[in-house]
Design a binder for this molecule. Structure first.
Ligand code: DGJ
Length: 727
């Protein structure tokens, strides 16, 4: 188990619960990949490196050992720029002489139990009994030291990777590319699965053949963003939802990222995962080092579904906050779509009163409670309650809401300053801009320069003073624009390429300081809906607003795409009003509830506007959600029918296979439909009972399925709770 080193052939073998990852130190100290895939029982697969008949450049020192070797055709563990590997490189360092030729040759290594955190950045955790780590020390002739760090998990099919680059020379150097992970596969014909989107349509799933050349999914927006997610998977030929091989790659990072796949002329597929090199450069003085963020690699031979379930389990156990995993999350009502900016204390209290009668636990006051903010043109950064709307301030509001039995949550957009704000008037230099250039504005706001210590202190101090002024138990942390004209007034000219990454490090520091000061506050992430939904944010924010699009038929697709990488316990999902504010579509309240119950459940509507019948239905929804939420929060997800046709269906099964929750949605009306859905993940030998007392054998449900035949209109849904009978 774990990490083995075989000195006679200088081979490293990294074994997880289901995969093996093998590489060796070859001629001239080159670190050469050999294999990544299903577990192998032996390490000596050296024969895989032979590349007869391909003439290409060979560094002289390596050629002395083996003329058949060339960096151009080898499987490189960390491909370096400019030394004979002409494919896309993982590392490129401009040295003191001004050239960027880089090389990465093995020097030594260390293997230890457990896993160390990355200074200043979130990463997955692994105790001594859970993970083992290999640090591989490599060197470039200029003195740059490159450490490749691999951690391997015993009970997950997961390897994490990152790199540390240290200036061991005597002149300053500039890191121009530093990916977190690189893998070269010998298998050809992968398809690439990635998650793309935009506002209101986040994480749509795309699968496409990888042709020759380079395919990239990336962000250059200063945030991981809506448009591409820092996740991609390589699907082997024949991979389906429940069978075949899938390799998932996820970057634990919230800034500019790039995932690049290159298929070369010989059919080798290279994948790189890391910080986007575009606009990036990091100066290292002698003795200084640079740490990349962590990449997570997951292997499944049970298709995309197996890959997702493995990642979900891994993130629940090793990335997300343990505290919020165990504690039941509050069912919230958020007033954004109920009131937008038009509210006052009386309106909020009436919402809370009505919500209390329904079983809701928390009122979240969204945008508009501070400064002079009555629309989106002003006041971001002026984090002081608006006494005209909230006479007596937040403390009185909290008292009144608490007296009704609800907690109070508050919206912030801490990284921003409105152009019309006291903050911007006092400190225009705190915003990201480039002197002498037009300053782009979005939603009337600028973005604060979180690479500056004074800005970070301001955010921590101003939010802390609000959070200690009243009983605030929940924070919704929003982020509604991207970085432009990025440069920082405090950094010298040869460090301006550091701004994007310094921004992200500054963001992590601010969140950490606030969470340390307010450990009992639950933070929900948000970025114009579900932008910046990445593992690093999830490390801090155990739940994330999945999308501003709450139309259940659209949300199914967004939640389906999100579930490819991220577990249900991170997806904040609300029931909103019908017709829906984004799409204008009318849908049944039951369906809105069934779809929202596939994540962290809440409401995004005015409960005082509900009819008596709707209130009855909402009461039932909340009671059922609370009764069954453990299945969704801790269970395994089976995506039974993807939301691509007339029907969508999914189910969650508890790890002990005792309980399951199945949901079926008719996306489009069919006349006289005949519809059977086979379930998955149950114990074939146990008898399960549904809510009506009907008994089924697990194997029957998985082989013959449930019969969902019957006329249902557009958007109608069915949820079935299954409980195994005692053995
Ligand atoms: C964007 C978020 O996604 C919404 O939920 C809401 O909080 C608005 N911002 C408020 O401005």
């Amino acid at each position: 188990m774990g990490i083995s080193f075989f000195p006679e052939k200088k081979i490293f073998k990294l074994d997880t619960s289901a995969s093996s990852y093998i590489f060796k130190i070859g001629a001239g100290g080159y670190v050469m990949g050999l294999y990544y895939g299903a577990r192998l029982d032996e390490h000596d697969v050296d024969y895989l490196t032979v590349r007869e008949g391909h003439d290409s450049t060979v560094p002289l020192s390596a050629a002395v050992d083996d003329w058949r070797f060339s960096p151009d055709t080898m499987q490189a563990e960390y491909p370096a720029y400019g030394s004979g590997d002409f494919r896309i490189s993982a590392v490129k360092i401009k040295n003191g002489d001004g050239n960027s030729v880089t090389d990465c040759r093995y020097v030594s290594h260390r293997i230890y139990k457990g896993k160390e955190p990355i200074p200043g950045m979130p990463s997955t955790a692994g105790g001594e009994g859970e993970a083992e780590t290999l640090e591989l020390y490599c060197r470039d002739v200029t003195g740059a030291e490159i450490t490749l760090v691999y951690s391997v998990y015993e009970s997950h099919p997961v390897i994490t990777r990152r790199a540390v680059i240290k200036n061991g020379g005597e002149a300053p150097i500039y890191v121009e590319r530093a990916y977190s992970a690189a893998v070269d596969f010998t298998h050809p014909e992968f398809r690439l699965l990635h998650l793309w989107g935009c506002w209101g349509r986040e994480r749509a799933v795309e699968r496409r053949d990888l042709g020759h050349g380079i395919t990239t999914v990336s962000s250059g927006r200063g945030a991981s963003g809506h448009y591409h997610n820092p996740f991609a998977a390589l699907l082997a030929p024949g991979c389906t939802e429940e069978s075949g091989e899938a390799y998932g790659f996820n970057l634990v990072y919230s800034g500019n990222f790039s995932i690049d796949a290159e298929v070369d002329a010989f059919g080798l597929t290279r994948i790189l995962v890391g910080i986007n090199p575009e606009g990036f450069s990091w100066k290292l003085e002698p003795g200084e080092d640079f740490c990349t963020p962590e990449a997570v690699m997951v292997y499944s031979d049970r298709g995309e579904g197996g890959m997702s379930r493995a990642l979900h389990r891994f993130y629940r156990e090793h990335l997300l906050s343990e505290k919020w995993l165990k504690a039941p999350r509050p069912v919230v009502v958020n007033n954004w779509e109920a009131t937008y900016f038009g509210f006052d204390t009386e309106k909020l209290v009436s919402i809370a009163r009505s919500a209390a009668e329904l079983g809701i636990d928390m009122l979240v006051v969204d945008d508009g409670w501070f400064g002079r903010r009555n629309d989106d043109t002003s006041s971001l950064g002026d984090w002081v309650a608006n006494e005209e709307k909230l006479p007596g301030g937040l403390s009185l509001l909290a008292e009144r809401v608490n007296a009704l039995g609800l907690g109070l949550g508050l919206w912030f957009e801490p990284e921003m300053a409105s152009r019309d704000s006291d903050l911007y008037r006092a400190h225009p230099e705190w915003c990201i801009r480039t002197e002498g250039r037009d300053m782009s504005i979005a939603r009337h706001q600028y973005i604060l320069d979180l690479s500056r210590e004074d800005v970070r202190d301001y955010i921590v101090d101003s939010l802390s003073s609000v959070l200690s002024s009243a009983n605030i138990e929940y924070v919704k942390w929003d982020f509604n624009r991207n970085l432009t004209e990025y440069s920082s007034s405090l950094l010298p000219s040869d460090r301006q390429g550091e701004v994007f990454h310094r921004y992200v490090l500054g963001l992590y520091e601010v969140i950490e300081r606030l969470q340390k000061a307010f450990p009992d506050v639950l933070f929900e992430g948000c970025a114009s809906g579900g932008g910046r939904y990445d593992p690093a944010m999830l490390h801090y924010f155990p739940q994330y607003w999945t999308s501003d699009d709450t139309d259940p038929l659209e949300r199914i697709k967004i939640q389906y795409g999100t579930s490819i990488a991220y577990p249900a316990c991170t997806m904040s999902c609300h029931v909103s009003a019908s017709p829906n504010h984004q799409t204008g579509r009318r849908t049944p309240l039951r369906t809105r509830g069934d779809v929202a119950a596939a994540g962290v459940f809440g409401y995004e509507l005015d409960p005082t506007a509900l009819s008596d019948r709707e209130r009855e239905e909402v009461r039932r929804q909340i009671a059922e959600y609370k009764a069954h939420r453990r299945i969704v929060m801790e269970g395994d997800l089976y995506r039974l029918v993807p939301p691509e046709g007339n029907v969508a269906a999914w189910m969650y099964v508890t790890p002990d296979l005792e309980e399951a929750l199945f949901t079926y949605v008719r996306m489009r009306t069919m006349i006289a439909p005949v519809s059977f859905v086979r379930l998955a993940g149950l114990d074939p030998d146990r008898t399960y009972t549904d809510g009506d007392g009907r008994r089924y054998l697990g194997s029957t449900l998985m082989r013959a399925g449930l019969n969902l035949t019957g006329s249902r209109r557009d958007g109608e849904s069915v949820t079935v709770y299954l409980k195994a009978e005692p053995q």
